[in-house]
Design a protein around this ligand. Structure first.
Ligand SMILES: [Zn+2]
Length: 284
């Protein structure tokens, strides 16, 4: 009896929380299309909330890939990069979807402990929400890249939406750290010909990855490390996350990072930023 009462009290709360975690409905999505800037809202709710990824959690979306990024890389070799040079003992750690108050500070602590620098692809909405964390990223010598404002599935949106997402994020970064980044990473790694060409016109360098930690699956450190094991070679661009959907637990990734860095050092691989690895400027 008592259990039943507790469940009936909790049920409305559970339902409410569940609805926050879902991807935007088709109606919500379509309201974001088109050229009217009034349908896009940098402050509020048209695109999502600070704790959500507008295009859905990585778990829900990553199965679908619009195009093979290696094919695109061959077509746009001066715009899209998937790896660094393999003839030098270096690799780059990259962290998507921050900044947040939960995991980004922990990732920064681990990097500091090992005296290593990485590259953070940040969301504009979260830059506005947590400016002090972005400042810390820059002060501690890490590189920054643009990861859109609300994290939509760009390949299902208009080029207007891409332009808006990129520009609003650049503006947010300009306000907080005083520069616009040269690097861009698309949410979910989802790209098309048109998107890469447009990003090139907007003077970005688009950064993919060739080592996926799969930390967004909320797995433990052992599994994350074994996912990466066979790919950890010179020139690697390693994908991890320093934030996520509001309901994601990335603590396995934090622990994995703490073990990964000494392991790479043992193998003689130096960890450097994406601008260093690819010999690119870090800002426009
Ligand atoms: Zn992302």
């Amino acid at each position: 009896m008592r259990n039943k009462t507790i469940i009936s009290l909790l049920l409305p709360i559970i339902l409410l929380l569940g609805s926050c975690g879902q991807a935007a409905s088709p109606q919500q999505q379509s309201s974001l299309d088109g050229p009217r800037s009034s349908s896009l809202n940098a402050e509020g709710h048209a695109g999502g909330t600070l704790d959500m990824l507008a295009g859905g959690s990585e778990k829900a979306v990553r199965k679908i890939k619009p195009m093979d990024n290696y094919q695109l890389q061959r077509k746009f070799p001066d715009i899209l990069y998937m790896t660094g040079p393999s003839d030098q003992p270096v690799a780059a750690l990259t962290f998507d979807d921050g900044p947040d108050q939960r995991f980004t500070p922990q990732i920064l602590d681990v990097l500091k402990k090992h005296n290593v620098r990485g590259t953070f692809f940040v969301m504009g909405s979260r830059v506005k929400g947590h400016p002090e964390v972005v400042k810390r990223i820059v002060e501690e010598g890490h590189a920054l890249g643009n990861h859109t404002y609300w994290h939509p599935q760009l390949y299902n949106e208009s080029l207007y939406r891409l332009k808006w997402e990129a520009e609003e994020t650049d503006k947010a970064l300009q306000e907080v750290v005083g520069f616009k980044p040269k690097l861009f990473r698309p949410p979910y790694g989802g790209l098309t010909d048109e998107l890469v060409a447009e990003l090139g016109r907007q003077d970005y360098k688009v950064i993919g990855w060739n080592v996926d930690s799969l930390d967004w699956k909320e797995i433990g450190a052992d599994e994350i490390l074994s996912n990466m094991e066979s790919h950890l070679k010179p020139g690697a661009i390693i994908l991890m996350h320093s934030g996520g959907n509001w309901d994601q637990d990335l603590s396995g990734g934090v622990e994995a990072l703490d073990r990964l860095i000494p392991e790479l050092k043992n193998r003689g691989i130096d960890l450097i930023t994406i601008p260093e690895l690819l010999d690119l400027p870090d800002r426009k």
